[in-house]
Design a protein around this ligand. Structure first.
Ligand code: HEC
Ligand code: HEC
Length: 308
């Protein structure tokens, strides 16, 4: 039984919690990004590499597009999640329906901070939770590259989500609890290859978005980084890619590298059947040294065993 004192204490505690929550939730004042030193020179070829590493077209282009179609980022794809349906927006340079009126700070604020130009929060169905680890040079080059793509006039519909997260303000609290900037794994003196792989996997490649388990509200379990995840139907079908027995510990570096490209013998135009097939098409566009770096990183991360 609760003593009055305890009730008072718990009321106090509740008030404190509510105050803290509302402080986080109301943290939606328009923010300009912290000063970023973008390099003055842009490298379009690097921008294109980051575009493939980041898999932007997997969500922002029409599904099943050929190579030209994958450069048309008119949006419209529906993403099914446990929180409802998200409709991917148009990020082509179209002024009326895309992001043609944005500047580089708007773009970096979206990718690195998950914030829209009006200061509202994006939902983490847009993987800013990984893109936040991208360096200013890559953000700048990617922005320059996106501006060279065709303007697509298309106005995708809105999201169909319900409950608590209907308000974007709730994402302020979510970010407070789960949005982690900076490296996930701290290596002691990683080789340049492992460091490059770490950057690609934890940053633009956003591999953890699918391969890392999450809690009920979509927060990552960083202790089980890359230890396997759930697909959009809530089935635990996304494999563990850490070097453990239940992961890919038995795979050689060559086998891992081979798994980062579409299997040879398949027609390149074949419609991907798993979400990873789409990722493989993107990774195939990277330099061989980058796929090698990703494999080196996957060999170096802490091993996670599946619990059954
Ligand atoms: C897993 C799917 C997915 C991937 C991959 C993805 N996005 Fe998105 N993106 C989304 C969704 C969903 C939204 C809408 C989020 C919201 O409404 O809160 C979005 C929103 C955006 C926005 C804000 C657009 C606006 O009108 O406010 C930008 C900019 C953006 N993405 C750029 C990118 C870039 C650049 C890449 C590649 C590096 C990328 N996205 C990869 C799903 C994705
Ligand atoms: C959109 C979700 C998604 C993303 C993002 C993703 N994967 Fe996957 N991955 C999967 C699924 C689903 C499978 C299992 C099906 C398959 O292999 O085609 C898989 C399989 C794999 C496998 C084979 C493992 C095995 O046991 O067969 C490797 C290796 C892998 N992914 C590495 C990566 C890397 C590296 C990245 C980031 C560059 C990445 N994945 C990003 C969904 C994803």
């Amino acid at each position: 039984m609760n003593q009055p004192g305890n009730i008072f204490k718990s009321t106090l505690l509740l008030t404190a919690v509510l105050l803290a929550l509302s402080a986080c939730v109301s943290d939606t004042t328009p923010q300009k990004p912290p000063d970023i030193n973008f390099p003055s020179i842009t490298n379009l070829a690097n921008g294109q590499q980051i575009f493939w590493a980041g898999g932007c077209s997997s969500c922002h282009a029409a599904p099943g597009s050929d190579k030209t179609g994958r450069m048309r980022l008119g949006g419209g794809l529906t993403l099914k999640t446990q929180f409802g349906l998200f409709t991917v927006p148009n990020i082509s340079p179209d002024k009326a329906t895309g992001i043609g009126t944005w500047d580089k700070s708007d773009f970096s604020n979206a990718l690195l901070n998950g914030l829209a130009p009006d200061g509202s929060h994006y939902y983490p169905s847009f993987p800013y939770t990984s893109y936040t680890r991208m360096n200013p040079k890559d953000v700048s080059d990617l922005w320059a590259f996106l501006k060279t793509l065709p303007a697509v006039a298309n106005k995708p519909g809105g999201h169909k989500i319900s409950g608590l997260i209907k308000s974007r303000k709730a994402m302020g609290l979510w970010n407070h609890l789960y949005f982690k900037r900076g490296k996930v794994i701290s290596f002691n003196n990683p080789s340049p290859e492992v460091a490059r792989g770490q950057y690609l996997v934890e940053g633009p490649g956003h591999c953890g978005e699918c391969h890392t388990p999450r809690n009920k509200v979509g927060g990552f379990n960083y202790k089980k980084w890359l230890g396997g995840g759930m697909d959009e139907n809530g089935d635990k079908t996304i494999p563990n890619i850490t070097p453990s027995e239940s992961g890919i510990g038995g795979w050689s570096t060559e086998e891992i590298i081979a798994s980062l490209k579409p299997a040879t013998g398949h027609a390149p135009s074949a419609t991907p059947t798993t979400t990873m097939a789409e990722v493989r098409q993107n990774l195939a566009m990277l330099k061989a040294s980058d796929r090698q770096a990703i494999a080196a990183y996957l060999k170096a991360v802490p091993a996670v065993e599946n619990e059954e």
